[in-house]
Design a protein around this ligand. Sequence first.
Ligand SMILES: NC(=O)c1ccc[n+]([C@@H]2O[C@H](COP(=O)([O-])OP(=O)(O)OC[C@H]3O[C@@H](n4cnc5c(N)ncnc54)[C@H](OP(=O)(O)O)[C@@H]3O)[C@@H](O)[C@H]2O)c1
Length: 382
Amino acid sequence: MTTRATAPVTPSEAAALDRARALALNGRGRVSPNPLVGAVVLRDGVTVAEGWHEGPGLPHAEAMALAAAGDAARGATVICTLEPCSHHGRTPPCAHALVDAGVARVVVGLADPLERERAGGVAVLREAGVEVVLAEGAARHACAELVSPFLTAALTGRPEVTLKLATSLDGRIATATGESRWISGPASRALVHRWRADADAVAVGLGTALADDPRLTARDVDGPVRPPARVVFDTTARLPLDAALVRDAADGPPVIVLAGEAAPADRVAALRERGVEVEVLPGDAPARLDAGLRALGARGVQSLFVEGGAVLAGALVAAGAVDRVAWFLAPMLIGGDGAPSALAGEGVRELSAAPRLIDTRTEDVGGDVLVTGRLRPLPGGG
Ligand SMILES: NC(=O)c1ccc[n+]([C@@H]2O[C@H](COP(=O)([O-])OP(=O)(O)OC[C@H]3O[C@@H](n4cnc5c(N)ncnc54)[C@H](OP(=O)(O)O)[C@@H]3O)[C@@H](O)[C@H]2O)c1
């Protein structure tokens, strides 16, 4: 192990880490079950090569950047958004590749908690005399955001759950007559399609499937997209056979119904005949919710984008199952005692028990106010 002092991240390295994050995002909607990772090779503060991970089975970001750098990697600094791997997966370990390439220094955006179980990429590099510096503060946090679905799934066995809702300023998701299209504006809805494309699966409750007959596909999104699976929480397998989701279940992206043991066998069979995958989950409602998320995790779903409605959203929040929130507040007032509010169920009785968002951001999206934040801290201690 080297004992020499490690120089802190320089301004050119910090800028390269920003660039590496942007490169990592090229893999959006494609890399799962692998993480989004980007890498930049610097010589004397100048970029000589870049790489990002493009998908399962393909070279890791560091390997791409090293290949692009060639001999220029010797003595260079490599910036990685995530700690280089130290284990043989489908591709050789990146930490060893960096050592073999003769790299002098590595800047790591986020130490990978999964590497703690292994030799550890940072440890391998340091053992070989490569100087390693770990990013801190906002840079580290941003790198943790890149890999939160990957780490959540690896550490908990269930997907990272993002709850997206659109409400009027007075917190209603529909009118008293059930009309909800559209509360948010076109720019917000376009963003939702981008987010659907980024997710491994998109989910709604049966009430929304019945009321809106959605397709839950990612439409009009730039770049290559692996279509997300579509999930309906539907205890008794009541999803109609002529629903849009069922009609293209066999030919479109997978449709998964999360049902309970009370689901009649003929309903389950009819859905399966049409290409719908039905998971029959044991237990009461909270147990089924947990089992449903775990079943999705076992299928490789690392990111679940939940689009309501109020009953499912309320159940997920009450169960503490929501990791991220994306909330559009449209500048309109619906009002009326019969108009549903965003979260059904009992809610909290005391303000001190109300779940509070952390890492909150607010922005204007075409006149709607978008509030994003987390209900659980980023995995990896970002
Ligand atoms: N503005 C928005 O962002 C937005 C978004 C979505 C929907 N909406 C509107 O909201 C309305 C529908 O919402 P909704 O609240 O009636 O229905 P919902 O939340 O979409 O679906 C609720 C149903 O899901 C089923 N379910 C299965 N497992 C569940 C679980 N573990 N927890 C909770 N529910 C589970 C339950 O029916 P079973 O027990 O029979 O399975 C439950 O009645 C529509 O008017 C729709 O247009 C608005």
